[in-house]
Design a protein around this ligand. Sequence first.
Ligand SMILES: [Zn+2]
Length: 313
Amino acid sequence: MIERVCPSCQSASTKLVYSGIQLRPGSIPDSTALNLVRCATCDTVFVNPALTQDEALSFYPKDYYLGSGGGVARAARLVNRLHSPLESFTREAISSGSAGRGPRRVLEIGCAQGQNLTPFLQAGWAAYGIEPQPHLAIEASTNGVEILSSFLEDNDQSGHRYDIIILHHVLEHTLDPRTCLGAIRRLISPDGKIFIEIPLFDSLPVRIFGPKDGNLEFPIHLTFLSVRALKQLLSQEGFTITDSRLRNLPGTAYRTIGYRLTNASESGIIGRSLAVVLSAAVQTVLSGVGLVLRKGNAIAITASLPGVQPPTG
Ligand SMILES: [Zn+2]
């Protein structure tokens, strides 16, 4: 077990948020007491003490990302894709990239099966991915993605540069987002852009559902940067934020209520349908109220490195 200071600002001053929580029954050995704490300086919320990255990986359901949680989770993921900032970012990147020089390169950290990279591949880009889960990496590579070493540091020494780097719901899985962003800075090409989306702890659904909120994915999510902390880390690495959008991931309540209902009963088709209908109703209300109160449960940020001139010749 690792005792952590704030992974964003390094402050050791924290307040306990929840203690001994677990989202999926049986997912943590009973003897393990993990807490969620909040940094008193920058409002980043993180699991403390932390599991090592390897221990954290061992808690991922075998079918984590697509498929885990059954039909409710699949419905949630489809709904989350509606009006996704990543999709508009991708369209824009492809249309501005195809006018330029030679083949362009995109890298996604945590690419799962590579579905976010498909539009780039279809537009003739070279697509690269980092994916620590072997079964997902194999699928991504079948889909045309070139899989790199799982260790950012190895890639960061390779001398290769990428025009676009995507971190879509990735930083919350890391113990050290600061080091991760430092590596990204060394991997991005001088005129490149990065896209980051992370879930936010300070959201209406977490306030309502507490540690059971589907966004928390305890203990898989290790670090919830606050908006302020993410912006500060990016600026410390020299990035300029070019776009920032608060989102209300519509699928979160589907997952929250879906997990509860499927855990509470043996469910069956009626239970599951009820879960979808109920959570759709709750989410419609939450999304509206959340956005009005500026309490989104995720933020999408686009950033670039200004002032670095592309090499000539
Ligand atoms: Zn902090």
